[in-house]
Design a protein around this ligand. Structure first.
Ligand code: PHE
Length: 350
């Protein structure tokens, strides 16, 4: 085979792909298309195997020709995937009209199901219990001390503004706040248990955010806390990696980025590639290609001290992940607000 023959074969493959891609209007069809063309035994892979028959000096150019076609096919398929997924959902919603005369039958046919966020929470608990963690809970209405001071966030600390909080109008000395994160449960656990502590603490949190594609004002976090002798950042990183594989599967692309939290030092932000656009940039990820799932770091010595533990003896790490975001990224939900609207027609598609 020479280069011009190869070009002809590639042109044929390309045009066959272009014809078939028009008809690929379901996720199943796209998967099939992908495996037929760029899968392990696909048409393009077979060409790579024939490279050996091409004269050695021409092989690099031949490889480039094949790569170009493969890249174009992969990019087209990747682009199509989220679009078809959204379209399939839209069709389900549009055709599932609410016909009141059909109610008895519909009720009979439809069974209840767990809300996607609750499902994620249960699954996260299972994953961490499997890794030897216990599951703890704390109150949603917290004193400012637990929500802020004990976590090394003094009054007038800028982070206190950032956490735009809801205050409860109760009479009494102490201000009571709807917890802005699950981190105050760290303090409660450290006060009531002696290390070694390996605990996760899921629950609802509240912030005065403006709702958008990634935010709602009431959402859920799962806090993690490990306190023991000799705990290092390596333990934190490997725990997060194990968790990511268990929850998202082996292919998820994740990273830790340096960040600042008053209650951990050093601190990092945990991010994954946006699954709505596969990292290309879209409205959901504000065109960054990444979605932040939470924060983590080594527990600050002041926090250990506030909870009555000696930082000379113990060290630890903590993390706080958004359960709604974890659901959003795995189930490819472009706009998080849908999770609070409880539109059953949509919920059935998740
Ligand atoms: N509490 C932080 C937040 O809500 C997340 C976090 C938890 C960061 C634990 C570090 C350690 O943004």
């Amino acid at each position: 085979m020479d280069l011009s023959q190869l070009s002809t074969v590639l042109a044929e493959i390309s045009s066959e792909f272009d014809q078939r891609v028009v008809g690929a209007t379901s996720l199943v069809a796209i998967d099939q298309l992908k495996s037929d063309f760029v899968g392990k035994k696909g048409k393009v892979a077979l060409l790579y195997r024939q490279l050996g028959q091409i004269e050695a000096s021409l092989r690099p150019s031949a490889g480039e020709l094949i790569n170009a076609v493969r890249d174009r096919i992969e990019a087209t398929v990747d682009d199509l995937y989220p679009k078809v997924r959204q379209a399939e959902r839209a069709t389900i919603i549009a055709t599932d009209v609410n016909d009141p005369t059909a109610i008895p039958r519909r009720l009979y046919r439809s069974s209840g199901r767990i809300h996607p966020v609750s499902r994620t929470r249960i699954e996260l608990e299972d994953i961490f219990v499997g890794m030897g963690f216990s599951v703890e809970e704390g109150p949603e209405a917290e004193s400012e001390w637990y929500n802020f001071e004990a976590l090394n966030i003094p009054k007038f600390h800028p982070a206190r503004d950032g956490q735009d909080s809801f205050y409860l109008d109760l009479e009494g000395e102490d201000q009571v706040v709807l917890r802005t994160h699950t981190s105050p449960v760290q303090i409660r656990v450290m006060q009531s248990q002696t290390p070694p502590i390996y605990a996760v603490m899921p629950g609802r949190v509240y912030r005065r955010d403006t709702a958008d594609a990634r935010h709602t004002i009431g959402f859920h976090q799962i806090e993690g806390l490990v306190v023991d002798r000799g705990i290092t950042f390596g333990h934190l990183a490997s725990t997060i990696e194990t968790f990511t594989k268990a929850y998202f599967g082996p292919d998820m692309n994740a990273r830790l980025r340096p960040a600042y939290f008053p209650f951990t030092e050093p601190s990092a932000e945990f991010e994954v590639t946006c699954t709505i656009c596969r990292g290309q940039g879209c409205r959901t990820c504000s065109n960054t290609g990444w979605i932040e799932l939470g924060g983590c770091g080594m527990v600050h010595p002041n926090v250990l001290r506030a909870a009555g533990l000696d930082p000379e003896t113990y060290s630890g790490f903590a993390f706080g992940f958004g359960i709604d975001r974890l659901t959003q990224m795995r189930d490819e939900i472009a706009d998080m607000r849908i999770l609070t609207e409880n539109d059953l027609r949509y919920m059935k598609t998740i």
